[in-house]
Design a protein around this ligand. Sequence first.
Ligand code: AMP
Length: 328
Amino acid sequence: MRALTGIKPTAMPHIGNLLGMIEPALRLQDQHEAYYFIADYHALTTLHDRERMSQYTREVAATWLALGLDPRRTALFAQSDVPEVTELAWLLACVTGIGGLERAHAYKSAQADGRDINVATFLYPVLMAADILIYDSNLVPVGRDQKQHVEMARDMAAAFNSRFGEVFVLPEPLIRDDVATIPGLDGRKMSKSYANTIEVWLPQKALRKKLMGIVTDSKGVDDVKDPDTCNVFGLYKHFASPAQQAALAARYRAPGLGYGHAKQELFEVMDARFAPARERYDALMADGAEIEAVLLDGARRARTVASGVLTRARTAVGLGAAPRAPIL
Ligand code: AMP
């Protein structure tokens, strides 16, 4: 079984990325052959800044490595280092109706926000389908927000197969129910577009400051509170042990706990969780050579698989197995 997932280098990864996708994906590397990529072509739909693109690409790579991605087993690479994926996106676009793309979440939310939408944003699900199908992926670990796009990839694969023969493996999304959608500082889905994110590698002081900004109701220290509807507790439960969770929940339900205290408890569990990996992250970022070597090797392995699948697709539609013209 093969696992595949990607993350856009449009900012430093946040806790939603970490819990919703990175950690579940890291657990898969023990039983599966895994291909994890940095979705720079996708990032380009919104990020038009050379320096930030390369900075965020390094940050995403360093995040995977600091959190335990083993590059000897798992291929970690930049999406654009396997340009075959854009050719496959074209082949898929030729079997994809406009109606389905108009219903895609990313496009609809860009439209609802009144953003100026480029053609690439509209085609996002087609490129994402190519990302998945070009590695014969079986499993795609993602947060719930991406479920629809993985289903669209499956539909495109089925449409292509029924027209041209069995070319693609049909992928399945893998979504952990307990971390399907991580709330941000204001309780809405944690997302760069809502500016409510908590970045994974914030220095201690900045992390504490961010957490102190989590939105709560206005109950005072001596009011009894409900942990189940509180944004602070909603995050705490992902980092605390069951005993810690029970203890803090009991304090919520009795007088004497202010939200500031709860935020301090959250800071402590988060800081304890990230401190060791933060050292590794800082070391990787300080010397880019290791990241470069990992990405280069990952791209080489990914490209071998991708060119085989692309050849299958080209042959199935009646194009040559490889472009005829020599590369100049
Ligand atoms: P993106 O930053 O859009 O490239 O997302 C990378 C991965 O993180 C995708 O699999 C998303 O489903 C996941 N993700 C992003 N935000 C959240 C969130 N708030 N809760 C759970 N998963 C998320």
